[in-house]
Design a protein around this ligand. Structure first.
Ligand SMILES: C[S@@+](CC[C@H](N)C(=O)[O-])C[C@H]1O[C@@H](n2cnc3c(N)ncnc32)[C@H](O)[C@@H]1O
Length: 296
């Protein structure tokens, strides 16, 4: 085991953006979803706005919610620097997607980049899906993607170092070598991933102490996810192996890209509820909750 210093994976938005600067394969996909959305879009766990900002630039009204203050702060800093129109279509709020209730409906709810896997407990997963459902309008689609389990995962040495990458410290420009390992518990289905950051000189000599961060991600098997979606009142209307949406989901590709909508009976109830809301008119506040608390 390393004696590296712990850092919070979501404790510094600029560091997150520097680390994931090459993560671009999903941007056009979610921009396409935003551009074709008939109404406003909610991104849960929006982080630093890596996707929310280009989605708003595509013309959609976007609300991005994240529970990590440092991520929201960086998203908000970037939002403030946008041109007037884009800036005004975009709102970032701090909130927990397990309990968030904004008391408004969206045409699309997006949950990108494996983030459903952060819901390590069954109750968290159920609560997040309830939040999605509470915010989807009658025309609504829940669009999300996640890793699917791959057989090599449990074979990794939990003390090994894998997949070396490099990044640059966003403040000093120093070169950092990033390595990772993971420890998968087949009983809980939780994969504990550790990322190690070592600053190095031009000739690869280490500088200072190594730092590390840890992420606990729940592996969600395909039929398990089918079941959770069904129990939460969703039906899958699009299920693919990757963002090109050319191959139906096979479970072999390492990724699952899903569109789900509220099941027909649920949608009829939601539409009736929306009509009631309309009748009640101004009695109801549409001001978003910034507490993220269970204020439904
Ligand atoms: C992998 S990042 C994805 C961020 C962004 N969507 C992107 O694609 O770059 C996961 C994000 O989920 C957020 N998160 C984790 N649990 C959350 C929760 N319960 N409620 C809201 N956000 C959460 C983290 O703070 C982090 O910003």
């Amino acid at each position: 085991m390393s004696d590296a210093d712990y850092i919070d994976h979501y404790g510094d938005g600029r560091w997150y953006d520097a680390e994931y600067v090459h993560m671009r394969g999903d941007i056009d996909y979610y921009v396409g979803i935003a551009a074709s959305s008939p109404g406003p879009l909610l991104e849960l766990a929006a982080g630093t706005g890596r996707l929310a900002i280009p989605m708003a630039q595509a013309g959609a009204e976007v609300v991005g919610v994240d529970c990590a203050p440092a991520m929201v702060e960086e998203a908000e800093r970037k939002r403030a620097a946008l041109p007037f129109g884009d800036r005004d279509r975009l709102t970032f709020l701090e909130g927990d997607m397990r309990s968030l209730r904004l008391h408004r409906k969206f045409s699309r709810v997006v949950l990108a980049f494996n983030t459903l896997m952060h819901m390590t407990e069954d109750a968290d997963l159920v609560a997040t899906l309830a939040t999605v459902r509470a915010h989807l309008g009658a025309d609504g689609l829940f669009c999300f993607d996640l890793h699917t389990p791959y057989p090599s995962l449990p074979k990794r040495d939990p003390n090994g170092r894998y997949d070396p990458q490099q990044m640059f410290d966003p403040r000093t420009g120093a070169r950092i070598v990033v390595t990772e390992n993971s420890d998968y518990d087949p009983r809980t289905q939780i994969n504990t991933m550790r990322f190690f950051y070592q600053e190095v000189t031009k000739d690869d000599r280490p500088v200072g102490r190594e730092r590390f961060t840890e992420l606990r991600l729940r592996v969600i098997f395909p039929r398990e996810l089918d079941h959770y979606l069904d129990a939460a009142g969703f039906e899958i209307v699009g299920d693919f192996d990757d963002f090109s949406e050319t191959l139906p989901f096979s479970g072999r590709g390492g990724r699952r890209v899903v569109h789900a909508r509220v099941k027909a009976a649920g949608a009829a109830i939601a539409a009736a509820a929306a009509r009631c809301d309309g009748d009640r008119g101004s009695q109801r506040s549409i001001a978003p909750s910034t507490s993220g608390g269970a204020d439904a």
